[in-house]
Design a protein around this ligand. Structure first.
Ligand code: FE2
Length: 157
């Protein structure tokens, strides 16, 4: 049964996906600024934002197929003073929140939701590992402009 508690968690999930998409788009715009000059980090976060919008759309489609209506509430504010390391740390925390919410959904899931949610748990595990790796790399070169330049180049590919 698509219980009210499960519905609420799915609606929260939709909001988390939109928040991640909006935040990553803001990160992309910041890194793409001519006075910031990190096109690789910009490209990376633009792609991440595209993925988050796809996740939001998938959860909306599922939610609506079960009779729910999609929330579009509140967008987070992004500071215009950002380092790549800070961006990756923020992203990791957002992805951990998404993972925790998906685990909560799994705990309440009916059989239809179990089938739907399965892929997203794997996506979160991969995403958390990827941001952890990027934090490791960005920490290594945190105070090294040449290293940051190389990491930016790596992400432009
Ligand atoms: Fe996502």
């Amino acid at each position: 049964m698509y219980s009210p508690a499960l519905k609420q968690l799915i609606e929260h999930e939709i909001q988390l996906e939109f928040q991640a998409a909006y935040t990553y788009r803001a990160f992309a715009a910041f890194f793409d600024h001519p006075q910031v000059g990190y096109p690789g980090f910009a490209k990376y976060f633009r792609g991440e934002a595209d993925d988050e919008l796809k996740h939001a759309d998938a959860f909306i489609k599922y939610h609506q197929s079960r009779g729910g209506f999609a929330p579009h509430d509140g967008v987070p504010k992004v500071e215009n003073n950002l380092t790549p390391l800070a961006a990756f740390r923020t992203a990791l925390n957002m992805e951990i929140s998404v993972r925790d919410n998906i685990v909560a959904i799994s705990d309440l899931a009916d059989p239809q939701t179990v089938t739907f949610i399965d892929d997203y748990l794997k996506i979160q595990t991969d995403s958390i590992a990827e941001y952890t790796m990027l934090i490791t790399k960005a920490t290594r070169v945190e105070n090294n402009p040449g290293g940051l330049y190389l990491l930016d180049l790596e992400l432009q590919k």
